[in-house]
Design a protein around this ligand. Structure first.
Ligand SMILES: C[S@@+](CC[C@H](N)C(=O)[O-])C[C@H]1O[C@@H](n2cnc3c(N)ncnc32)[C@H](O)[C@@H]1O
Length: 233
């Protein structure tokens, strides 16, 4: 268990030897790198979110708490670690999450929650398989561990699947790594970043023109090679 700089807690994974969130703040990262930018872009009555991957569920829970008015959310979130999800009903979440305690409990026990406005499905399976079964999502939170330990969720082939389901949606990620941005760029995404100066930059990707700071990746490619991560054969 690790206390991050905004006072919220995260975990360090023994298997991956990485933390589930940046030391800047688990809740802060979730809100400013994922939830706020995504809801700024996607304004619809029914929003479908793919949360890759569930982990401690911060992205899913913060989306529920910040759900735009009169909007239905359908969140699908793959996760390999069933026992982790089962343990979450006792996790010391930020106090903002206390109003959705019943949702956290239901997801932790049943991997599912549904009411009039919210449907959450945590799918205990490989995200690479789950994404193949989807047609279209509006928001994709790209929040795997780093490419070094979780390469299957950062490869060019994976991002091709992301492109297939994202259509006119938006991807948010904490990563600013060149091979990741390069994969997205080669697939035709426009790359943006948020303008908050109290948190490290991330990447926001979409095929549409967005109202964020655009990354001049063409200029960057005059100086660096556009290498991407490939699936292992
Ligand atoms: C950085 S954590 C996700 C943090 C999470 N978004 C949160 O808000 O707490 C990455 C998660 O991805 C899961 N994971 C890694 N590879 C996976 C895969 N191929 N398919 C599904 N889940 C995977 C890990 O078990 C871990 O829980």
């Amino acid at each position: 268990m690790i206390k991050t700089k905004d006072g919220t807690f995260t975990l360090k994974s023994e298997k991956y030897n990485e933390c589930y969130h940046s030391s800047e703040g688990a809740l802060r990262e979730t809100l400013y790198k994922h939830v706020y930018p995504a809801f700024e872009v996607i304004k619809k009555e029914n929003i479908k979110i793919l949360d890759v991957c569930f982990g401690l569920g911060y992205n899913t829970f913060a989306s529920i708490i910040n759900r735009p008015k009169n909007t239905k959310l359908h969140i699908i979130s793959p996760e390999l670690d069933k026992e982790l999800v089962r343990s979450l009903k006792d996790f010391p979440y930020p106090r903002e999450f206390s109003k959705i305690k019943h949702i956290i409990k239901a997801i932790s026990e049943n991997f599912y929650y549904e009411d009039e406005w919210i449907r959450v499905e945590v799918i205990i399976d490989n995200a690479r398989e789950v994404i193949k079964s989807l047609d279209r999502v509006d928001i994709l939170y790209q929040d795997a561990f780093s490419p070094k330990v979780n390469p299957e969720l950062w490869s060019f082939e994976y991002f091709k699947e992301v492109k297939r389901i994202l259509k006119d949606g938006v991807l948010t990620t904490y990563s600013v790594a060149t091979p990741i941005r390069c994969a997205l760029y080669r697939l035709g995404f426009r790359l943006y970043t948020h303008s908050y100066d109290f948190i490290r930059k991330g990447t926001i990707a979409s095929f549409k023109k967005l109202d964020f700071l655009e990354v001049d990746f063409k200029e960057k490619l005059k100086r660096v090679k556009c290498r991407v991560i490939r699936d292992k054969r």
